[in-house]
Structures are given as C-alpha cells and as structure tokens.
Write a protein of this length. Sequence first.
Length: 316
Amino acid sequence: MAKSTQTHIPAPQKKRSAELWTDFGSRIRDGRDRLLESPFFWVLLFLGVGLWILTPERPFRGFDAAEWQEGLIAGSDYEAPMDLPMEDVATTQEKRRKAREDVLQVYDFDSSLAQETVAKLGAVFQEGRRLLAATPDEVQQTGVVDPAISTALLALTDLKLRPEDITFLAGQAFSADLEDRLSSALSEVLMRGVVPNKDLLLENRVRGVTLVDVRSGVEERHFDLYDHLGYPEEVQAWLSSEVRSWPGLSSRSRKRAVEILFNNVVPNLNLNNSKTLTRKDDAAAAAEAVFIQIRRGQVLVRKGDQISATAARAIA
C-alpha cells in the first residue's frame, strides 16, 4: 500500500515565522501611533485638505460635463491638466472650404459630335443624289418629291429631318455646294461648343473651367468662355447670320436651311455636376486637419468667460 507524503515543518521554524509576523505588526502599530502623535502630520494633512478644497481644478473632484458645454459661462478657471494636441476645428473647416472652392467646375466637351453629324448629313446627300438620278426632271419641273424617296432618306438617318426638309434638299438637287455650306456651318457651330446655359458657364470667366474631351479623356484649364455659343438663342442668331450670306437662295429657302441646321445642333458642352462635386469632396477630404498645442497649465477658460468650442472639447 502506498504511503501518503506530508510536508513536515519543524516546530522551531513555525515558531520563528510566528514571531516575525508578530514583530512586523507591532512595528506598524508603533509607527501609526507615532505618526498620529506628531503635530507635523496634522499640519500637513490640514494643508493638503485645504488646498484640495480651494483648488478649482483639483484632481478627483466631482465633474459635471453639463457645466462646461460650448456657449455657457464658466463658473471657474480651467487649466489644462496636461499637454493636449487639439484640432482647430474652425481653421480646419476654413481650410477644407477653401480646398473645395479651389476646384474648378468640370465641363464635358464632345469634340467628335461635329464630325459625326457632318458624316450623317453627307450620307443623306449622297443617297439623295443617287435616288434623284432616275427622276431629276420631275422634281425640277413640279417640285414634288416621290414619297418613296422621302421615306428612304428619312429611314437612312437619325438626323432630325422632316419630309419638307427632304423636299427642299431635292429641289436643290442635293447639290454638292449646298452640302458643303450646310456641313461647314454645322461643323463650325459644334466645334465652337454649344452650351445649354451660357450664363452659368460665364460665372467662371475669371478662374476658368476644367474642360474634358469626353472622347479622348484629355482635360485642360479653359478660359475662353465667351467664344462658346449659348443654346438656343446664340445658335439661332449665328446660323441665321451665316445663311443670310449664301447666294442663290430665296429668303424662304434660307429659312428652311436655318431650320435644318438648327434642328440638328445639340449642346455638346455640358456641366458635369457629379464629377465636379466628387472632385470637391476629394479635395476637402485631402486637406489635413489643423492642430494646435495646448500646454499643461494653460488657462483654457477663465471664470465668467463664455466657453469656446476649443475649450469645451479640451475639457470634455
């Protein structure tokens, strides 16, 4: 059978440990009694308590955060208990506002619209000349176009053309000269840039805008804002002036030419408000916060003063 093992502490060692604890307790009681009998202890104790009571920012005091909210009047001085890096919110907000303001408005310019529109017009003229080749005398003598020709040409293109427009073009035999004049006018208007709200664009005349070619993705800072044509008034006026100088056309024919041109001009210079706002937000986010260093012991607010936002955040 296994024998149980027990730790045996010799009697003299037990007696020695008891004596040590008794001696230690006796020394503590003697020290306490001598301390309580010392007048210096009581003087220091009363001084400490008095300072604790009289110090406004005493440690471990009762703290009511509601008394130190922004805009309230401080009931006492408040000193920073330690060095504090504190964000200067007003300066940071101003910095970010300026960063947003510095971002130029973004305008998208479709530079290829002119070429595409001219190509579509050229296709109509080419097909019109081919269709008229079979019945040129009928059109020249009566001015009436075979409905099949109008239907075929209108189905050929997505240009905004009406049957009466086809009749006018056919009456001119879809001439290469008229094609060149119409194409040149369309190209010049669209390459200048047609903007739906020119007054809004001109608000940027001092700082310019960021012009983005939507086809190539190339962008540049652009200042020459007056050269663009406002839609519809300036476009209408420019086309009327241009067509007025064309020879060989009656006033009625000129009016019809202006209508064909105007109906196929669409704004190709447009404010990209979404991209502008995104860039403004990115610029503001990239502006780093401004910090000030509050030193330990620095008075954040004096009794009777209104508590500022900075002081309220530091105290909280």
